[in-house]
Structure formats: structure tokens, C-alpha cells
Design a protein around this ligand. Structure first.
Ligand SMILES: [Zn+2]
Length: 578
């Protein structure tokens, strides 16, 4: 087997003009050489693998060349150039500060700086990862950097510019290297493939370029890796398999099902993706990019932002025509929220599924609940609630009056509706009131049995009687339903007018536990021989009693304790900023 040279080395640019994607930097350097205005020290900043060291070497080689071309490139023939090519030039010194960061390492380098070059004009010192130098090494180096001999040039390179101390920054000419664009990387990969007689699908090279995140060196080593796996043929299929990249087709497919409001199908696709070993968040991020690409396709001016292989471009355009901008924005929003909360979610898969189902309902006929339910076949109940909540919270935001009845438990649970209305007298606070009102509304239909409604039997009973029956019930269920019995045992029930029994719980799950509350109600009706009893759970005692969140709430609470506060506000005509 012949000697294998990694592509990143074999195809390392040897002239300024062949450097990929850093044109502004190379032309600035060339101009400086042409005008003989070369700085004494340079700082090359930017991510790894984008050409910092390469440019430093070309610079070193060029300024030492005896016959610089008109185009300010090294001649590649003179004594100096050939020694550079064979890596035996004494005029270039490279120090990797990541592994040589001690004072001694720097002292060695400083000692060398004192010796003028024997051949050529300049000695060039390249210090890579310069931010890794220890503090004392930095200090030892600083003196040399302040007063370098005229023949010495320093090129400091770093991926972390912010770690470079100002005293160094101020002594260097700074060059910020850019990430290399996907198109540029693809071009270079194509070039290498042709030279190596490797047939490569452009889509495959695009995936490699994307995976390398703007670092050409990484792209080339991925390229080598794929070649070593698959021989002289690089196809889209073997690249996504080797790089564990999710096939674009999945994104096209799931977007299609989302557009068709097809929840079952979309869940199956997610299942397949997860079965194939892909991480949910990985998929989410990919889907976000996919939606973003569709959005970008919507406008001729942004279509250039589509960093995709040609074959896929047509596919993207086709799908984007099926999506409205509104749909894409909403889907992106859902996707983004899901992504942000993914890590903290306890049931990540469900979290993902809910988001996809929400996307599926963006374009569904929202007003027709029944039709919606039919279409989405087996929408699980918690989801429906979620969807309703999504819609309703927005409508709540826009309209000042709380929406009645339909969403019930959700609104009770989420935010207390704090309405400041003029007819609320100081002292009776809206939090409490709105809570009561809501719970009344909510429970009007919830915890009583319609079948029993016609039974007129309604014996009077006292609070004492109620307390007794309540306690008996609690002890009777304490073993079977410990959490429910504990929760309702915390506060005594309160008998209100019209046989409404209010009971407090700080747990919204308890308040929504229809099954157990219905059992309780049935028991109370029977024991107290009163079939008109209604049960009214009141949630969020904590908020009610202790915590004021917004400034408005804080003010209301203060005013409740001390009406003079409110009076003062009115008299001084003060405003509270909410
Ligand atoms: Zn030369």
C-alpha cells in the first residue's frame, strides 16, 4: 500500500490565492508585503481548522522568498522556498502553546529570536493556541514582543481571542478568520475528489461540509474517513449512515404529514427515527433547520441562504410552496419552545410528540372541534387539553374578560386572573374573588351527577355534620388513596349556600381528580341524604395567601392590609407600572 497522506495535508494550500474562504485576509497580507508595511506581530483569530496556521506558513514562506512573484506569491523554486517545502527551513519556528506553555518553553524561543537568520530575511515564529500560555510565560514573552529584532516576525494564533491579555492584543495586527462557507468547502471537497479519482455525490459532500461546521480541515478528515470506509465512491446514503446524520427525507416526510394534520402518521415517523437510534433533540434541531430552509425558500432574496445541495433545492422549493409563511412561523415557534425545554422535560419523548402534534394542528380546522377530533383519530386526551390551552391562553391575552367554562381546569390552574375593576372595593381582593368565580363556573357542571339531579331530596345539614362525614370518609380511603385523602384532609370543607361545599387544596391535580371527587360527592350525598350537594375544589391556596408575584398583586396585597396605601395612591395620583 502506498503512503497515505491525509487530504488536509496533501491539499494544504501553498499560496495565498489557493487559501479557501479567507480572501480578505490573504489580500490584506499581500498588500502589506507589496507595500513593505508588514507588522512585526500578528494575531490570527478564529475557530479551528479554517486556515490560520496555513496562512502563517504561506506568509513566512513568501517574505523569505528571493523571487516573490508579481502577484506576491512565493516562487516555489528558490533555496528558501524549497527548504520551506521540505520543512527544513531554519526561518520558521512553530510552537504549540497548548503543549509547550511553560516559562522555559518561551525562554527557549526567546533565545532563538536573538540569532539572526543565516539564509533569507526573516525569522518567523508561529505560536499556536497562544491563549494557553501560562501567565509567567506570557510575561517572559512580552518583553520580546515589545522590542523584537527587525528580522523577527511573530504570528500568534488562537481560537479564543477573548483570553488574550490586552497588552498582547495592542501589540499585534489582528486578523479575524471566518468560518468557511459550506459552498466553499463543497468546492474544495469536489476538487480533492476529482484529483483522487473518487466519485462523489454533491449531496454527500454537502452533508460532510455541514457536519464540519465551517472547518475545512475537519471536512477533509471526514472525507478521508468516508473514503476509507466506502472506497472510491461517496454516496449520500453511505455518508448519512457513516456520519449518523438523519436523512433529509425524514424531514420532508414529517413536514408533509404535519401539513396534512396527520397526527398518527407523524407519531409513527418519530417512532421510526427514535428506533433508528437518533436522539430526539437531534431530530428537533434538524427539523428546525428544515423549517427554516422552507421559510428561506419563500423569498427570492433569501433563497441564497439555503445551504443545500442542488438536488435538494428543488425539493425544498416544492415543499415550501405548500406551506404558508404563517404555518412555518408557528411551527418554528413550537419547535423552538420544544427545543428550549427539552432538557428539563421528564418525559422527553412525549414532550417531542406533543410539539409535533401541536404542529399538526396548526392548519387543522380549529373551530370545528368535532371534525378535528374525527380527523386526528386517536388524539390522546391530555393533548387535547394542551391544544385547547394553547389556543385559549392567546385568546385570554387579547380579551380582557376570561373565557367561560370550556377550558375550566386549565385556566384555574395556570394563572390567577387578576382583574382590576373599579367596582372592587379596597380590601376585597380580586385574586380571591376571581378564583371563586372561576371555580364556581368551572364546577357548575363538573362534580355533580346529572342523573341524580332530578332527585329532590335535600336534607338540611350543619357544618358539624359535614365535618364528621368528611372525616369518616377520609379515614375510610386513607389506605386505598393515601395522597388524595391527605390532600383533602389538610383543610376542613366549608359549607356554603345552596349546599355548595368548598374545599381547599394546594394541589391542582387533586382539584382535577374527577374520579375521586365524584366518589367523595356520591358518599356525601348519600350520608347527608342531600342530592343537591355540589363540591367545589379551590386550588392554589399558596398564591392566594402568601405570594404576590406582579407589582399589581403586591400593591393589591399591601392595600388589603392597609387601605391607607390605596388612599395615598389615589390622592397622589400615582401610577403603578405593570
Ligand atoms: Zn522562492
Amino acid at each position: 500500500m502506498e503512503n497515505f497522506i491525509v487530504s488536509a495535508r496533501k491539499y494544504r494550500p501553498k499560496t495565498f490565492d489557493t487559501v479557501i474562504g479567507q480572501q480578505s485576509i490573504t489580500s490584506t497580507l499581500k498588500n502589506a508585503i507589496r507595500n513593505n508595511q508588514l507588522a512585526q506581530a500578528f494575531l490570527f483569530c478564529g475557530p479551528r481548522g479554517i486556515g490560520k496556521t496555513t496562512c502563517a506558513r504561506i506568509l513566512a514562506k513568501t517574505i523569505n522568498c528571493k523571487n516573490i512573484t508579481e502577484n506576491i506569491e512565493p516562487c516555489d523554486k528558490c533555496e528558501s522556498c524549497t527548504s520551506f517545502n521540505q520543512s527544513i527551513s531554519f526561518n520558521i519556528h512553530e510552537l504549540d502553546a497548548a503543549s509547550n506553555n511553560s516559562v522555559d518553553d518561551i525562554r527557549n524561543l526567546v533565545d532563538q529570536v536573538r540569532i539572526p537568520p543565516q539564509v533569507g530575511k526573516y525569522k518567523v515564529y508561529i505560536i499556536d493556541e497562544v491563549h494557553m500560555l501560562s501567565q509567567s510565560a506570557f510575561n517572559a514573552f512580552l518583553k520580546t514582543l515589545e522590542e523584537p529584532p527587525s528580522y523577527a516576525k511573530f504570528i500568534l494564533a488562537t481560537t479564543e481571542k477573548h483570553k488574550i491579555i490586552p497588552t498582547i492584543l495592542s501589540r499585534c495586527q489582528i486578523f479575524d478568520f471566518k468560518r468557511i462557507s459550506i459552498d466553499d468547502i463543497v468546492k474544495q471537497l469536489n476538487f480533492v475528489a476529482k484529483n483522487e479519482n473518487i466519485s462523489a455525490e454533491t449531496n454527500a459532500l454537502h452533508i460532510i461540509a455541514q457536519k464540519s461546521d465551517g472547518a475545512l480541515r475537519d471536512a477533509l478528515s471526514i472525507f478521508d474517513q468516508i473514503v476509507s470506509f466506502t472506497g472510491n465512491k461517496i454516496s449520500y446514503k453511505n455518508v448519512i449512515e457513516n456520519l449518523n446524520v438523519l436523512d433529509y427525507d425524514y424531514y420532508f416526510k414529517i413536514t408533509e404529514t404535519i401539513l396534512n394534520n396527520n397526527i398518527p402518521e407523524s407519531l409513527l415517523i418519530i417512532n421510526e427515527i427514535i428506533d433508528n437510534g437518533f436522539d430526539g433533540q437531534h431530530f428537533l434541531i434538524g427539523l428546525g433547520e428544515h423549517l427554516r430552509n422552507l421559510l428561506v425558500c419563500k423569498d427570492a432574496s433569501t433563497i441564497q441562504l439555503l445551504e443545500i445541495g442542488e438536488d435538494f433545492k428543488t425539493k425544498y422549493k416544492e415543499q415550501s410552496e405548500k406551506c404558508s409563511v404563517n404555518f412555518l412561523l408557528k411551527a418554528l415557534d413550537i419547535n423552538n419552545k420544544c427545543d428550549i425545554n427539552y432538557k428539563i422535560s421528564n418525559n422527553k419523548r412525549l414532550h417531542l410528540e406533543i410539539s409535533i402534534m401541536q404542529m399538526c394542528s396548526i392548519t387543522s380546522p380549529v373551530n370545528d372541534e368535532a371534525q378535528h377530533a374525527k380527523k386526528t383519530a386517536y388524539t390522546p386526551p391530555p393533548l387535547k387539553k394542551q391544544q385547547v390551552m394553547e389556543k385559549d391562553t392567546s385568546s385570554l391575552k387579547s380579551s380582557p374578560t376570561p373565557e367561560p367554562e370550556k377550558h375550566i381546569s386549565d385556566t384555574t390552574v395556570t394563572t390567577p386572573q387578576i382583574k382590576k375593576s373599579s367596582d372592587v372595593t379596597p380590601g376585597t381582593i380580586s385574586i380571591k374573588q376571581s378564583f371563586k368565580q372561576q371555580n364556581e363556573n368551572n364546577n357548575k357542571n363538573e362534580f355533580h351527577d346529572i342523573k341524580e339531579d332530578h332527585q329532590k331530596t335535600a336534607d338540611e345539614f350543619s357544618q358539624d355534620q359535614l365535618d364528621k362525614v368528611w372525616k369518616i370518609y377520609i379515614s375510610s380511603i386513607s389506605e386505598k388513596l393515601p395522597s388524595f385523602s391527605n390532600a383533602i384532609a389538610k383543610n376542613n370543607p366549608v359549607l356554603k349556600d345552596n349546599f355548595v361545599i368548598e374545599f381547599k387544596t394546594d394541589n391542582k391535580l387533586i382539584a382535577n381528580d374527577k374520579l375521586n371527587i365524584s366518589d367523595l360527592l356520591r358518599y356525601l350525598k348519600k350520608e347527608l341524604n342531600n342530592y343537591q350537594i355540589r363540591l367545589k375544589p379551590v386550588v392554589a391556596t399558596k398564591e392566594e395567601n402568601n405570594i404576590a408575584y406582579t407589582d399589581q398583586e403586591k400593591f393589591e396585597k399591601m392595600a388589603e392590609k392597609n387601605p391607607a396605601v390605596k388612599k395615598m395612591k389615589e390622592q397622589l395620583n400615582l401610577e403603578i407600572e405593570f
